[in-house]
Design a binder for this molecule. Structure first.
Ligand code: MG
Length: 129
């Protein structure tokens, strides 16, 4: 099915951060789905097959690494690019993100324009946009 608008699933437990990122991504023309925790995020990804996932790492319950590992272990969701959003701007965390199968990495506090550029670049690379 052809869709004009790429759909981004934003998995983030901080409502302010969700609002900032969602508002900007909608402004530049994406459809944005939101979930506030890892379990619901995984469920939504399976249900909706978004074009890309923005994944917070520090979530209540399951963290973003665990959610990413689950998504990447499932052949139905493995092709969806996952970009991590995290305040843990340490090299070790970038390594952990890669080990979990994440496709990109953005440090918090998020700059919405930077997020949008990274989303665009990743979608273009994957031919999903
Ligand atoms: Mg968080």
């Amino acid at each position: 099915m052809h869709r004009d608008m790429s759909r981004i699933l934003l998995i983030e437990d901080d409502p302010d951060c969700r609002t900032i990122v969602r508002t900007y991504l909608e402004y530049v023309g994406y459809e944005v789905l939101e979930e506030g925790d890892g379990e619901e995020g995984v469920r939504r990804a399976r249900e909706e097959d978004p074009d890309l996932i923005l994944m917070d790492i520090s979530l209540g319950g399951m963290d973003g690494w665990e959610a990413t590992r689950i998504l990447k272990a499932d052949p139905r969701t493995a092709p969806i690019p996952v970009i991590v959003l995290t305040a843990h701007a340490l090299t070790r965390d970038q390594e952990r993100s890669r080990e979990a199968g994440c496709d990109g990495y953005l440090a918090k506090p998020v700059d919405p324009q930077h997020v949008a550029r990274e989303v665009r670049r990743t979608l273009d690379e994957r031919g999903r946009g």
